[in-house]
Write a protein that binds this ligand. Structure first.
Ligand SMILES: NC(=O)C1=CN([C@@H]2O[C@H](COP(=O)(O)OP(=O)(O)OC[C@H]3O[C@@H](n4cnc5c(N)ncnc54)[C@H](O)[C@@H]3O)[C@@H](O)[C@H]2O)[C@@H](O)CC1
Ligand SMILES: Nc1ncnc2c1ncn2[C@@H]1O[C@H](COP(=O)(O)OP(=O)(O)O)[C@@H](O)[C@H]1O
Ligand SMILES: [K+]
Length: 514
């Protein structure tokens, strides 16, 4: 990029970032924006879209079902050699999709049978069932066991109660299953299992995927998931008020390097150093530096500063009293919590808030706010794992998204609920789900690295939700790279070492089309 193309930052101020986008710019301002490939549709979202489609044209719902069934059939033709297929159909429109799929596969010369788990009930499912001219076999585990491939078109978005033992036994007997919309029994919004659920090889979602495809335990039942376009009109999808996205680089954009950058324009991250676990603060500081801030500093009391001074040479250690430090420039962004005792956090954190700093609250600060979440009000980002979340807000419920959303709205901060699927919730209800990670991240100090990375993304000028999303993705990418280079077993320092590569990868964007 030439210098003329981008306004240079003034020394001492962060370069303004591109307007941030939840998938092509729709976060918080959905009007007129096309539906992001990263959008995740709740069951309620699909119902609204379906109702709008029906209002638009009475022929449209049937067209959508034709496309959905066709998408399922093509997914099977793409990934399986012709074989004996048994399509299990439920009473609703998920079943309707199944009848369409069966008809298309049969027309292609495949050997296809239908087995109705329940008779078709919706008008569309009835109409599609009436067009089926092939074999119908009784719904039994034996039929499932004899098929080479079973298609699960029993329940999708309309699942409203636990699946019966008969339905569970049917799928348990199947060898290979491809599901339409959702594996029967997986709740599309929460990923919770409603009854026994079999593991599918593939799941074809319609329009966009659902939160339940990414949340455990349902995520493990879905196999490979893909969203198929089914011709939902742009008049409906454009500006559709989605509130949940998959966390990938299209959701946010970190600033690129600029010829006029200096270390201050890149952002300065300050970390509170404690007295008993200095390693945690050092890891947070290193996480901040390696993820691309211009400078990272540790604030320590003079008696304990030695251990920080003996740390990596690029870290600056400050020993002045916090109140005095806060009068100096470049003291806006803070990570407060890694390695802090609750009482230490209790003396530092309120001072940072009083000075209107932008604070990432983790570890010791979360422990200090045990059973009193309002103590955290004013923090930009909270980064609890499930245990810390439970101590502050009460146990994480079966609806992980709802738990994080409520907590975020309660304290007015972005909540990063860490785990296999990290939920990043904004106080305004926006939620991103991150599965761009690896269980290899479950190693001591990994969370400290993340909090430092959040500090960098904030100091780079990203708003808190986008900063948290970006940091969680960078941390996940670094964890994957570290796992690869360490035989699957990295330690926190290995994650730190990969953050620069992760940031470079984020700049290139994701190759995951959704
Ligand atoms: N916009 C979209 O996403 C589109 C969705 N389509 C399909 O439509 C489906 C949704 O259709 P429906 O709303 O009819 O829902 P479903 O087909 O998932 O099933 C709902 C029916 O099953 C019954 N039911 C729910 N749980 C049960 C249980 N545990 N035991 C026994 N009966 C149970 C309900 O009472 C209702 O009769 C989607 O999953 C998808 O496959 C497609 O047809 C095309 C468009
Ligand atoms: N099973 C898992 N799959 C993916 N990521 C995980 C898994 N377990 C933990 N992580 C990630 O590892 C990090 C651990 O953070 P935390 O528990 O706070 O560690 P620490 O306190 O030791 O620094 C979080 O980012 C979390 O999302
Ligand atoms: K299904």
């Amino acid at each position: 990029m030439s210098l003329g193309q981008q306004k240079a930052p003034k020394a001492g101020e962060s370069r303004p970032t591109q307007p941030l986008a939840a998938g092509n710019g729709e976060a918080g301002r959905p009007e007129g924006q096309r539906l992001s490939p990263l959008a995740l549709l709740s069951v309620a979202d699909s119902r609204v879209m379906d109702a709008q489609a029906e209002r638009l044209s009475s022929a449209l719902p049937e067209e959508l079902m034709q496309h959905a069934g066709s998408a399922g059939a093509h997914e099977i033709m793409r990934h399986y050699a012709p074989c004996r297929v048994l399509v299990a159909c439920g009473p609703g429109n998920n079943g309707g999709d199944g009848y369409v799929l069966a008809r298309i596969l049969r027309a292609q010369g495949w050997r296809v049978e239908i087995t109705p788990a329940l008779p078709p009930q919706t008008p569309l499912a009835r109409a599609m069932a009436a067009r089926w001219k092939g074999a119908v076999v009784p719904f039994s585990p034996q039929a499932a066991a004899e098929a080479e491939l079973v298609v699960d078109a029993v329940f999708g978005a309309g699942l409203s109660r636990p699946v019966s033992p008969e339905v569970a036994a049917f799928f348990a007997a199947a060898d290979r299953i491809v599901a339409l919309d959702l594996p029967t029994g997986v709740n599309g919004d929460t990923g919770q299992l409603m009854g026994e659920v079999a593991r599918c090889e593939r799941t074809v979602a319609f329009v966009r995927r659902r939160p339940g495809h990414f949340l455990l335990p349902g995520a493990e039942k879905c196999g490979f998931t893909r969203a198929a376009e089914i011709g939902m009109p742009a008049r409906i999808t454009t500006g559709f008020p989605v509130r949940c996205w998959r966390n990938e680089p299209g959701l946010w954009r970190l600033p690129r390097q600029h010829p006029l950058d200096n270390k201050y324009t890149r952002g300065v991250v300050n970390v509170c150093g404690g007295t008993v676990m200095p390693g945690a603060a050092l890891l947070a500081t290193e996480g901040a530096r390696r993820s691309g801030c211009g400078m990272a500093r540790i604030a320590s009391d003079p008696a304990h500063a030695g251990v920080f001074r003996n740390g990596p040479p690029g870290i600056i250690v400050d020993t002045a009293p916090l109140a005095e430090l806060l009068t100096q420039p470049h003291r806006k962004y803070w990570v407060c919590g890694p390695g802090l005792l609750p009482q230490e956090a209790g003396t530092l954190f309120p001072v940072l808030l009083e000075a209107h700093c932008c604070v990432v609250a983790d570890a010791g600060t979360l422990d200090w706010a045990r059973e009193d979440p309002q103590k955290l009000r004013g923090a930009a980002v909270l980064t609890p794992h499930d245990g810390e979340f439970a101590r502050v807000f009460g146990p994480v419920g079966p609806d992980r998204i709802e738990s994080a959303r409520k907590a975020a709205s309660l304290v007015g901060s972005v909540v990063v609920l860490k785990g296999y699927t990290t939920v990043i919730a904004a106080p305004d209800g926006r939620v991103a789900l991150n599965v761009h990670a690896t269980p290899a991240l479950a190693t001591a100090g990994s969370g400290d690295v993340l909090s430092g990375t959040v500090g960098t993304c904030l100091a780079a000028g990203l708003p808190p939700w986008e900063a948290a999303c970006a940091a969680v993705w960078l941390h996940g990418e670094a964890g994957r790279r570290a796992a690869w280079s360490e035989g699957g077993w990295p330690i926190a320092e290995d994650i730190v070492a990969q953050l620069g590569n992760a940031r470079g990868t984020a700049e290139k964007g994701t190759d995951d089309p959704g």
